[in-house]
Design a protein around this ligand. Structure first.
Ligand SMILES: [Zn+2]
Ligand SMILES: [Zn+2]
Length: 237
């Protein structure tokens, strides 16, 4: 009752407004339908790592990279490509500290989860930043995305177990071998984990190697199913 009153007040005093063009937003979403339609979807993608696949590829096709390795990730949700207006939204959120953009991105991810209805994990783990980068940025973008999802879907958040042991340079622009080297040993578990099914939450998935490194650490500590929830995937893996 209190929640629905608050929603009513918020909706009427602060109606949603499109963060891209300023037009009235869709219900509870700070984007208008036109700008939502302009976001590029990642419809045809590898189920394990969400790598975009060529148009016309049969649904459920596994990418070459995942075929070569043991699939450590059960499924990766990454509904948009990191391109066009989506990269603008993420840029505002991550680099300008405009947290209302993070709330919008989390909301878009929530809508996607509600529509796909995946098997729900027992724990959500936002991908941690290295303490030096956290200090520099002032917030962890993955946590900003995960917190509203944990509340909406009533899933426990785990902020204590997975740690980044070193600040890794950005993966974009590196060759495949360099990317693998770049992330090797960058994560570790401190303490045990009491869950069989976990979803890692992140903003942008840049490479399959980063995903595999994080998932591998969780799998080694006994988690049998690791999923990834993210908002966008870079066009190349
Ligand atoms: Zn708009
Ligand atoms: Zn794949």
């Amino acid at each position: 009752m209190v929640n629905s009153c608050l929603c009513f007040i918020q909706f009427h005093c602060f109606p949603p407004k499109c963060l891209l063009c300023g037009a009235p937003g869709e219900t509870h979403t700070d984007l208008c339908q036109g700008c939502i339609d302009d976001l590029i979807r990642n419809y045809i993608a590898c189920p394990h790592c969400a790598a975009p696949l060529p148009a016309g590829t049969k649904p459920g096709t596994i990418c070459g990279n995942c075929q070569q390795h043991e699939p450590l990730i059960h499924s990766t949700l990454s509904p948009y490509l990191f391109a066009g207006p989506m990269s603008k939204l993420i840029g505002h959120f991550k680099f300008n500290e405009e947290l209302q953009y993070g709330a919008l991105l989390s909301r878009l991810l929530q809508k996607e989860i509600e529509s796909l209805q995946p098997e729900m994990p027992e724990l959500l783990i936002p991908v941690p930043l290295h303490p030096s980068r956290l200090k520099e940025r002032g917030f962890n973008q993955a946590l900003e995305l995960a917190r509203p999802l944990a509340k909406t879907f009533d899933i426990q958040l785990d902020l204590d177990t997975l740690h980044r042991t070193r600040a890794t340079p950005h993966q974009i622009g590196l060759q495949r071998k360099e990317r693998i080297k770049n992330v090797r040993g960058a994560f570790e578990m401190r303490g045990g984990i009491k869950a069989d099914h976990v979803a890692l939450v992140d903003d942008v998935i840049t490479t399959g190697s980063t995903l595999r490194e994080r998932a591998g650490v969780l799998r080694k500590s006994g988690v049998s199913q690791v999923d990834v929830w993210s908002i966008a995937r870079t066009p190349s893996s």
